[in-house]
Design a protein around this ligand. Sequence first.
Ligand code: SF4
Length: 168
Amino acid sequence: MTEQRVSDEVEKLRLQLDRDAEASGYHLNPDAEFVRDLVRGLITNERRYGYWACPCRLASGQKEEDLDIICPCDYRDPDLSEYATCYCSLYVSQTVLNGEQEVGPIPERRPAPERRAQAQAQAAVALSGTLTYPVWRCRVCGYLCARDEPPGVCPICKAKKDRFERFM
Ligand code: SF4
């Protein structure tokens, strides 16, 4: 693939992410060149693993193990709330966009592998309710819905179906 085609692909995805973010109440980092570098990482990871593994983290290459770090990751919203940026600084808060706040390095919120396994086991125990329909939770934005199957795309943050977990 020529360098020009790569640049076009990166720019196309950057614009799409920007549109999707704005439509959902999120904002991309205003530094377009910085965002292009991250988008390049997302495209590379998609080719390598088949999904948008976070460009700032080490993916295992096993989708089930990496679900929480498929962009947008499970940690974006709490990091935006607490630090005004996601771990990679791809997404930033309105205050950063307005120039009222600067972003810097933030701590990794993703638990260590053994802690993640423990949290999954606890969630499984919590699934013992007897509702008419199962409740599904979007792991990215927390959206909840009660239906037989999770929606194909989260109506709030546009995360795909595989980012939903059975909540209760
Ligand atoms: S939202 Fe930010 S931290 Fe999370 S996967 Fe995407 S780029 Fe990485």
